[in-house]
Ligand binder design. Sequence first.
Ligand code: HEM
Length: 503
Amino acid sequence: MLIRDSFAPVSVRKAKRAPKKAPVQDGSSLSATAQLSQCPVGPQLSTTTRCLSRQNRALGEGAAATVTGGPAQVATAQIQAQMRQGLCPYLSQATQNNPSQDWSALNLLREGLEQGQTDPVDFLHGVHQNYGASVKVGDVLFESRPDVVSQILVATEHPSKAQFTKSTLQKESLGQVYGDHNIFLEDGAAWKAQRKSLQPHFVGRSVLSEENHQHLQDLTDKHLNALPVGTPFDLNLKLRSLSLDVAISHMFGLNLERNDLENLAGLFERGGKLAQNKLFGIEHQDPELQSQLHQVADRLIASPTPAPTLQTLLADPQASDKKWLRDQVLMLTMLGHETTANLLTYSAAELANNPQELAALRTEYRDKIGTARPTVEQTTDLKVTRNYIKDTTREHAPNYLVSREALEDVNLDGMLISAGTQVLMSLHDTNEQANGKIFSFGGGNRVCMGQVLARLEAAVVLSQLMTRFDLESTPQTSLAPKSDFSSRPADAHFTLHRTDIAQ
Ligand code: HEM
């Protein structure tokens, strides 16, 4: 039986923190979050009828009664019209009652984050659970209908119908921290040229060669052999260091010491936090960060043995512009490590709580590889490990939020959005409705460029970690999401014990 069939969602789902509901109160002093949590419309509609196209149909079929529990003063026809536009009628009512308050959707999230009430992943989940798969508030659209998410991703940088671009919100937040001259944030011709020149270093034999696989095994040994045994430690930090080592080595040809890598992982964590706080409008200063990141970029650029990715960047005519080069290097380093490490942390933590799946993984490893050093064919043939990683990628999309901006007025399966609308797509919620299709690496022309490397690395590291060690949770271990640029377990402290799967 495929692990997917028997995948026990228990540990995954139970570990997810339910979105905290704001206390129900009366009156105009309610916080934005609390006002929304009182919406009488959302809870009455099933998840499927909340999907706008179905919602339109339901309303057309005289289901108006379903929404008469909405704001009393708003006429039913108006409620219907608002719902067709994806607007929450309760929110619009609350807006009228309290015009001085900032009712933008991001303000709701900022409020929740500032009060320590919610994590972005939980917030987005709560929005979709309570108000539908597609929710428009002001000029922000929260979207999680798989067909619509596909439509948007495909229409980004599409040669003939480029209706979407990367969002201004993201450019202004992430770009301010890591710079905006890079493959992740640029659009149009600049993006296309970078993608074309860099992509070859992330596909086929550039990643899946035996040489690269053996190098990955070496780096994995270097880090796993140094893990503390018998005392609790932060597994996520160690895995971020390992992933940084892989990314820096693959892209820049540089191998750094473990302590150095841990410091860098901490620096990128600060960068992710600062960027996400900027995105959500939360006041946050980290004045030292910029110059520290520049120093890191300069070290990577000065690699004495530049790997093909760095060679390509250095050969670009724009490389004489120091800012351009730093922006490229910093963004690639950030993209190349955190998401993979967080995926690995979730996978290991889930397996530690799932003895049946762990036994299946170990049995397959023992039968197919035993105590010998695996070849790349053997690693890619570890179906149980790879399926487990795939399921975790779906359940805990590490890059949980993909955002776009509409370049023109667009019809999204019945909902008209105007040019300039910011679209926030929660990949976790999209995956949940996608009947097995996984959106965690994005899609369309801007699909993740590093996914082959990420998958191979995840298979090597997870199979080695889980066949050499038993992981014991600590009292504070928590798989609830803690998200900034990417999403990781809130607390990944574990105690390791050596194990021998050959016995
Ligand atoms: C589990 C690990 C990973 C996940 C879940 C992940 C996820 C994603 C997602 C969702 C996107 C699309 C963002 C968007 O459409 O706005 C993306 C883009 C990207 N990823 Fe990854 N990623 C992972 C690992 C990596 C690695 C190892 C690299 C290596 C450098 C990488 C490099 C990139 C790049 C360069 C882009 C931008 C592509 C473009 O805009 O053309 N990713 N990734």
